[in-house]
Write a protein that binds this ligand. Sequence first.
Ligand code: HEM
Length: 213
Amino acid sequence: MKLLRKPLRISLLQLRLLKTLLHGVILAFLLITFNAAVNDNLGADPVKALLHFTGIGALNLLLITLLVSPAARYLPAPPLMRVRRMLGIYVFVYAMAHLLTYIAFELQFDWSLVIGEIIKRPYITVGMVALLLLTALTVTSPNKVRAAMGKRWQTLHNSIYLITFLVLLHFTWSRKTGLQEPLIYWTISLGIISTRIFVFTTMIKNSLAKRRH
Ligand code: HEM
């Protein structure tokens, strides 16, 4: 299924402009929000607001990153794939800002408390595992590392689906009340991932067909 009759053509200049725009918007949101928090302009509970902004921001970016591949395939617009790595790195940047907010503002750099929270609170443990996996994907994202890793790269990067599941679990578990928002995120995520399931089943069918011939 293709949404456009002809593949969407994106010139190198347009791609550069798109990347510059994305860098600008994603970084501006982060800087403006932290600046507002530091200047006490983020409401009655700035730490909670920061945790919310960085956590939801990381999750939104994660879902946008997952959308790139189906968009490039079904529009079709292959050049879009060239913004995927950059978006993935920003998921990590927002997740690190989220962790930093928690350690610096909520726990005041009390490292024994940090370790205690990771061990004692299951939703924090789940968030930590997701962040460690995200770190592995970010460190192995440069093209040179990808080439050196061969097939193992794809296997490792397929853990993005596990990361999505862990983040959704972390988000849902962190909520004492108001499960409506997490439920909406579960539904959207399953919708995006289901487009990949079609690709996986096609790949499996193709490789089985090749073996038979
Ligand atoms: C070291 C790892 C992590 C720690 C310590 C951590 C900590 C927290 C804390 C303390 C909260 C607030 C819970 C509350 O309101 O009482 C939270 C919520 C949340 N976190 Fe994390 N988190 C981690 C990793 C992640 C990652 C990797 C993501 C996304 C990529 C993420 C996304 C979220 C989201 C979406 C929320 C809900 C925000 C809200 O409802 O206001 N977290 N996290």
